[in-house]
Design a protein around this ligand. Sequence first.
Ligand code: GCB
Length: 587
Amino acid sequence: MGTLYPQNNSFRMVQDLGGVWDFRFRGDADWQPIAVPASYNDQSPDPRFRNYAGITEYRRKITIPGRWKGMRVCVRFDAVAHSARILLNGREIARHRGGFLPFEVELSDLLEAGETAELTVEADNRISHDTLPVGTEGATAFFGSDNPGIPSVEAGKKLQEERGINRPAFDFFNYTGIQRPVRLTATPRGYIRDITLTASLEGNVRYEVETSGTESEVQVEVLDAAGNTVASCTGRKGSAVIPDPQLWEPWPGKPYLYTARIICGEDLYEQTFGIREVRVEGTQFLINGKPFRFHGPCKHEDSPFHGRGTDACLNVTDINLYHWLHANCFRTSHYPYAEEMYQLCDREGIVVVDETPAVGMWADEHYGWNLAAYHRQVLQDMIARDRNHPCVVMWSLGNEPDTDTLPEKAYEYWRPLYEAAHRLDPQNRPVTVVGCQNRYERDRVICSMDVVLINRYYGWYNLSGDLETAKYAFRLELDWWEKQHKPVILSEYGADTIAGLHGAAPEMFTEEYQVAFYEAMSECLDERGFVIGEMPWNFADFSTCQGPMRAGGNRKGLFTRDRNPKMAAHYFRNRWKTMDQNGTADV
Ligand code: GCB
């Protein structure tokens, strides 16, 4: 279940456990230093750090401050990939499955205030048909030919399996470990457990507060951005009316934020929220009643040294680069991001499509019918964690499942998730699942979503290097989508580009080709009113597992991995600047 983001105020206390912990691979005798939070994978030149599949152990001492006596004390993990076992003084106290969502473990009955103990975290990075994201199980390569049938190659693959190779069924490096903050938290024993807020454009804020261990009255005060109380009310459930409400508008509008200050007995929690409404009407996506056009590259949590580790400086830099690009959105491809990123997007007006880690479900046998219950749990936890963020405007159930091989079975799998997302979200945001380049006329899943998100690589993976034919083929497909009468977003499209590689004749992998590719696709998109968004793949180059298709990772970034713009970044900066000014592409 979701847990409230830790807060430090006059009633609650937080102690950050970030720093250098002890670390070892299971079975090793010696411990070595490791930075937390961060992926462990790039913190040593030892190849095991990149290639190891199995359990790693982290440990450190913790001390419960003496002044926390009588309080409810927890250790809160923002995320441990991909599953975790938590031990206190060598005794198991919790297990958690899934690497991208928070969980907390109560310590109050295990440790006294003032006491010191050893905290151990066992993190397991193995991925399989039973995990999200999905692993390939065995030596199947994600990209590149497996040369089936060649006896020597087959024997080699068998050996790899015996050695425990664990390949991702997805195109990003399987970064793992304690990648997000760990904190000790203290709240009163009677505490505020959860808060749900839904605000209408008229300023009517409906709220629900869950408490635990207290029957005290709940008071709710709504503060404006300057800290003035603008509405108040009492009770665990109710509504408060904000006079003259200021709306949360996406960038370049003003993303106005209010704060709901919840007081219950000895506890206090402040939850920010925005007044904004999202709705799909015909082929339009409306934010606050106005048509919104999504334009911004998809992201990854990925950077040198930290891997997927939370890095406030990187997040701020990236969002400032979004502003520089005149981008207004991103999708959290391909997993829920760290909570701090959503807080930043709330504040900066960047619109977010929030995605579960259901990626790699691209072959029939990977459909993992036994994944459905777990998938639903992850969806529920993601919505519980992120539902109060005004920046989140749509839920994505996953990325690129195989929906055309067995269209009916695929529908049976995805439909209940679609319905669950609507039921679970008090704001009833639109729901989607991102479609792979497939036999779209066979698919039943993608076209049944509120908004159609499609990833297309005309001119790259197919019709490679031939942009004239790529345009022809893409237009044919768009003709088909036009007849479905749904809003469509091109949710991925891109070309690998080695920064600094040039050619007067635009050839694949040059910066010129990347620009020509995007110009060609823009030409097709700009002809269609039902296309309500473009999300180039990817914001920045990022790390992947090794393979013949990946030279030092995926190079489809508009920026290099260290965030220097390629020519295509300048291309979009000009294009999107015009869109911001006119509301349409007039280029
Ligand atoms: C896709 C995937 C994305 C890959 C991208 C690529 O369709 O959704 O995860 O990285 O293509 O570059 O191949």
